[in-house]
Design a protein around this ligand. Sequence first.
Ligand code: DAH
Length: 346
Amino acid sequence: MNEIEKIKEEFQSQKADVRDLNALRQLKARYIGKKGIVTQKVRSLSSLPKEERPRVGRELNLLKSFIEEELKKLEKALSEEEAKRNLLKDHIDITLPGKYIEPGSYHPINQVLQEIIDIFVTMGFSVEEGPEVELDYYNFEALNIPREHPARDMQDTFYIRTETSDDFIVSDVVLRTHTSPVQIRGMEKRKPPFRFIAPGKVYRCDSDVSHTPMFHQVEGLMVGEDVTFADLKGVLEIFVHQLFGPQTPVRFRPSYFPFTEPSAEVDIGCILCGGKGCRVCKGTGWLEVLGAGMVHPKVFESVGYDTERYKGFAFGMGVERLTMLKYGIDDIRLFFENDLRFLRQF
Ligand code: DAH
C-alpha cells in the first residue's frame, strides 16, 4: 500500500517536469507501458498471498486509471500549446505591403504586326504561314530568281550547310530571306480566286542601324480572273490610310522585282516633316514603305496556273521599318535590346 502511494507521488513529480509530447510518451512508457512500473506490479500480483490480491489489485487498477487520466489531460494541454506555437511560427502579417507583380505587354513589333493583320483581314484576306527554314526552290527559283541571277545578291542569304565542296557551299536549304516563298506554297494548295497575307520572320546576313539579321515582313497575294493594278492601288491606299492616318499622301513609283511585272515601290508622305524634307526622308519628303506589283507569269507557271486566265497582285513590307516610321524611331536595334524604358512607351 505504501509502495503504491510512493509510485503515485513519484509519477506526480515526474509529470510536473514534462514539457513536450516526447517527454510525455516516455513518462507513459515508464509507468503503464509493456515494461512499465505499474504493469509489472500487476503482473507480480500472483506472487502475493491470496487474501491480499483483490485489494492490491483494485488499488493498482485505480492507480493505472489515475495515471491514464492524468496523461490524457496533459497530452491535450501539450498538443494545444504546440498547435499554438506552430500557428505563431507560420503567421502572416496582413498589414505588410504586398509584392507588386508587373503586368507584361505586347512588344511594339507585335502590336504593329497585329494592326497590319487586322487591316487586311477586314478587307477579306486570310492569314497564311510558311516555314522559316526554306528550300532554295521556294525562296528563289519558283519566284523567278534562278541561280546566278543578280537578284540573289540583293538579299544576303543565310545558307544551311548541306554539302561542302572545296571552297564554296552548295545548299538547297536557306533561312527564308523574305515572306514571298509563302506566295508559292499558298498557291500550290489553292485554286483562284483568293487573297491572303503571310506575316512572319525573315533572315538576312546584315546588321546596322536599319538592318537586323532577323526581322518581320508581311506578304500579300490576291489572284483572280479580273484582278488589276487598280485593285492593288486601292488595297494599298486603304492600308496606308488605316495605318498612318487618312490624310497620308501615297505614291507608286516604278521599280523592279523578279517576281512581279510591272513592279512598284510605294512611298508615303514623310510622317516626320509632313513632306517638307528632313533628315529621315533625306530631303525628298517621301518615305518608301513597301514593294508590290502584278504577279509575273513565270511565277504562275511554277504553280501550274493558266497565265492567260489569271491575274494577280502581290506586295511585301517590313514591319520593323513601318514601326520605326510610325513612331519616329531611328535605330532598329532598340526593338531587340528589350530595354524596359523603351518598351514601356508602347
Ligand atoms: N520580297 C521583297 C523583299 O523582300 C518584297 C516584295 C516586293 C514582295 C514586291 C512582293 C512584291 O510580293 O510584289 O524585298
